[in-house]
Design a protein around this ligand. Structure first.
Ligand code: HEC
Ligand code: HEC
Length: 209
């Protein structure tokens, strides 16, 4: 399918607008999340908890709903997703919206250090296969429901990519947007190609090369 037709198709299925949350209330409710995701939402790689700061609110809110409904993490095959599924049940839909609104106001983290990989190849792969949805520098594209990836910890991104490939994530019949990503995950080799893309993504935030 030509890229333009694909984009048109995706816009037709754009997410229904969700009620905007209250960021002030969200900051308070987030106290329950800070132990794993960090006080400012920067994530904690040691706990396998991703960064949440600076992410599009509708994406974050949808993930919380998906964990809660078992659309994500419901197979029992992924320990970390299962852990987060448990946490998602400790808050209601209104709190999920509030927390998501607050997190979106925070600056996204900028992880230090480079990753091994071929940046030129990573750029080519990114612009050819990922950038149309996730943005030309990984900043995310809310109109296409594609989250921000830049600033996110590479180990988490790799794990999610592999989960989409294996069907652990994105295979649930109600996972409309996860299904789109599951198709895309099949277009990139999970070895060197993924290394190159992750190294390139890191370089978007890291020190000058
Ligand atoms: C016990 C540790 C822990 C706590 C507490 C916790 N989380 Fe998580 N969270 C995780 C882990 C681990 C993951 C990665 C799960 C996966 O791989 O699917 C995660 C994933 C997420 C994601 C998915 C991010 C993405 O980019 O798709 C969101 C959103 C999230 N958590 C929000 C929250 C919120 C909001 C709270 C508080 C109500 C919270 N978490 C509390 C451990 C935790
Ligand atoms: C057709 C649009 C599209 C393309 C192209 C695409 N993605 Fe995605 N991607 C998405 C959507 C939509 C989601 C969110 C799915 C959801 O809501 O669970 C996503 C989610 C992800 C996630 C999970 C992020 C998180 O915080 O958990 C990763 C990692 C990812 N994509 C990597 C890639 C890579 C690498 C490429 C290029 C090979 C790519 N994507 C190409 C649409 C796309």
């Amino acid at each position: 399918m030509p890229a333009r037709v694909l984009l048109l198709f995706l816009f037709v299925f754009a997410a229904p607008a969700m009620a905007a949350g209250d960021a002030v209330r969200g900051k308070q409710a987030y106290a329950a999340c800070a132990a794993c995701h960090g006080a400012e939402g920067a994530g904690n790689a040691g706990l396998h908890a991703p960064a949440l700061a600076g992410q599009d609110a509708a994406y974050t809110e949808r993930q919380l709903q998906n964990y809660r409904a078992g659309i994500r993490g419901g197979t029992g095959g992924d320990t970390y997703a299962q852990q987060m599924r448990g946490m998602s049940m400790s808050i209601g839909p209104a709190q999920a919206a509030d927390i998501s609104a607050w997190l979106a106001t925070l600056p996204a983290p900028r992880p230090a250090g480079s990753l091994p990989g071929d940046l030129r190849n990573g750029n080519n792969l990114w612009q050819g296969k990922c950038g149309a949805c996730h943005g030309s520098s990984g900043e995310g594209y809310p109109a296409l429901n594609a989250p921000r990836l830049r600033g996110q910890e590479a180990g988490y991104l790799r794990r999610q990519f592999l989960a989409f490939r294996s069907g652990e994530r994105g295979a649930h019949p109600d996972d409309t947007y996860g299904k789109q990503m599951a198709l895309m995950a099949k277009t990139l080799d999970p070895g060197k190609e993924l290394d190159d893309v992750l190294a390139w993504l890191r370089a978007q935030d890291g020190p000058a090369q």
